[in-house]
Design a protein around this ligand. Structure first.
Ligand code: ADP
Ligand code: MG
Length: 472
């Protein structure tokens, strides 16, 4: 059992003023593994004050100083990956392939930002004027539970790269992971006040942060629903917002696709991280001419996926993160049946052989129409929709007919042709075939998938304000 007592303010681990506690669980066993003491609005005030005090020095830091800080953070993560991965498995249930990727990716986020800072033009010329790209002040970040390390690292990297200081409120149900990560980041020896971390709930600590007059930028990753509350709170202070939100990514299987390759990619893009991913490919679009063949392969290969405790190295799909998540997924599976979709595989309840743990059955609905709620709403679990299209124009039309526009997948044998389809999609990212994760590609979405972009020069642009100086 772990009791997380401290928050991180002004370079020190301190007892929060708030004294409510939240229980923490292992989602694979449903056992309580610890609890966390939650902060309150006074803790937010203290953290923002520390960040405000540290801001002038951070804002005037050189490129070399920022790069040094980023490299130290990277080293602090890379030094000892195993305890981070273990915390992720214990508190989140993630399988080994995902924890290994997450920890390595967390380190690489700092590296990519160091590269970005090295080549970024902070001082430019426009017309006859000098233009300086300046940080605005304190950045408040709010992050979700589905990739706790990566999102905290992304926010911190953007704060440092831009010369801002940060107060972060991570997801409260990920407190063990946050604690081990922040203790590691502390080893990097950043000057006090650049990074501050306040544990707490969205409506208490999150709300206090978004309303705080000394916060200049809010960077949020999470649900579109919470983002709307946050953006409303940001209006009075005209705070800048960067929002990375939900998705309902289409996976277009083109008529010429090699199904031996395409089906595993389609399933991975949909089911990775138990489908608890804003980028999950949850609408599989198949040519009607090959529908029965594709359905059959999706069904048989889904039924071979190994669901279980992330501690088992062969497991491909872990549990859902919480009981609330499990119940949400069950409700969507019932909804799909009520809406008249056909269960191709999976369904409600736990997979056979599981009596405990927040495990869901990897589920695919066939005969889905794009106006059904299961095709329009973000489910955030291992529940995929199969939709048929007659020709590629219709595939593009269905793909773009969504309130979201975060990511899309295009699978086909002719790369040039797949690129032409990609060029018609209104999403922040299109992944063609088995393209690997690109840590340098901008990330963010169209429509209700968000505002702004993170990563690389696009990420820094969003954290900076140009000041032009006109001379006679
Ligand atoms: P979920 O409901 O699956 O936890 P959310 O989008 O609500 O997803 O959570 C993402 C992050 O946003 C979490 O850190 C959560 O505490 C925070 N959050 C939720 N509601 C609010 C809110 N009203 N104001 C600020 N932060 C919030
Ligand atoms: Mg919520």
């Amino acid at each position: 059992m772990r009791s997380i007592e401290h928050i991180y303010v002004d370079g020190k681990f301190v007892m929060p003023d708030g004294n409510e506690r939240l229980e923490l669980f292992n989602p694979a066993t449903e056992q309580k593994i610890g609890d966390v003491r939650l902060g309150n609005a006074d803790d937010v005030n203290a953290a923002v004050a520390a960040a405000k005090q540290a801001f002038p020095a951070m804002a005037s830091s050189s490129k070399a100083e920022r790069i040094d800080m980023l490299r130290s953070l990277r080293d602090a993560i890379s030094a000892q990956p195993d305890p981070l991965a273990q915390a992720m498995t214990e508190e989140y249930g993630a399988p080994a392939y995902f924890t290994a990727f997450s920890v390595q990716n967390t380190a690489s986020i700092f590296d990519v930002m160091a590269e970005t800072v090295a080549k970024y033009d902070f001082d430019r010329v426009a017309g006859k004027s000098m233009v300086n790209m300046l940080p605005r002040g304190v950045m408040a970040a709010i992050t979700p539970w589905n990739s706790n390390f990566g999102f905290i690292a992304t926010k911190l990297a953007h704060a440092i790269g831009s010369g801002s200081t940060l107060v972060i409120k991570p997801a409260e149900q990920s407190a063990c992971q946050t604690d081990i990560l922040v203790r590691r980041l502390h080893q990097a020896g950043l000057p006090a006040g650049i990074l501050n971390v306040v544990n707490g709930t969205g409506p208490v600590v999150g709300a206090a942060l978004t309303q705080h007059p000394d916060v200049a930028t809010i960077s949020f990753t999470g649900s579109t629903q919470a983002a709307k509350i946050i953006q409303r709170a940001a209006i009075d202070g005209m705070k800048r917002v960067i929002l990375e939100l939900g998705g309902k990514a289409p996976t277009i299987i083109l008529p010429d696709a090699d199904l031996d390759k395409a089906i595993p990619v389609a399933l991975m893009s949909g089911f990775a991280n138990s489908g608890q991913a804003c980028v999950a490919g949850t609408r599989i679009l198949a040519p009607r001419s090959r529908l029965s063949e594709i359905s059959e392969r999706l069904r048989t290969q889904t039924e071979k996926l190994k669901v279980g405790d992330g501690r088992d190295p062969e497991v491909q799909i872990g549990p859902l993160a919480s009981l609330a998540q499990w119940e949400r997924i069950q409700a969507y599976i019932r909804l799909g049946i009520e809406e008249g979709a056909t269960l191709l595989t999976g369904g409600a309840g736990r997979p056979a052989g599981f009596e405990k743990g927040w495990f869901a059955r990897p589920t695919i609905f066939a005969d889905v129409r794009n106006d059904m709620r299961i095709a329009r709403e973000e489910i955030f679990g291992p529940v995929l929709c199969l939709l048929a299209y007659d020709d590629e124009d219709e595939a593009v039309e269905i793909a773009n007919d969504s309130d979201y526009g975060l990511q899309a997948y295009v699978l086909g044998s002719d790369l040039r042709h797949a690129e032409r389809i990609a060029a018609r999609l209104l999403v922040g990212r299109v992944v063609i075939n088995s393209a690997p994760h690109d840590p340098r590609a901008p990330f963010g979405g169209f429509k209700q998938s968000g505002i702004g972009r993170e990563i690389g020069t696009f990420g820094l642009d969003g954290m900076l304000e140009p000041r032009a100086v006109l001379t006679p």
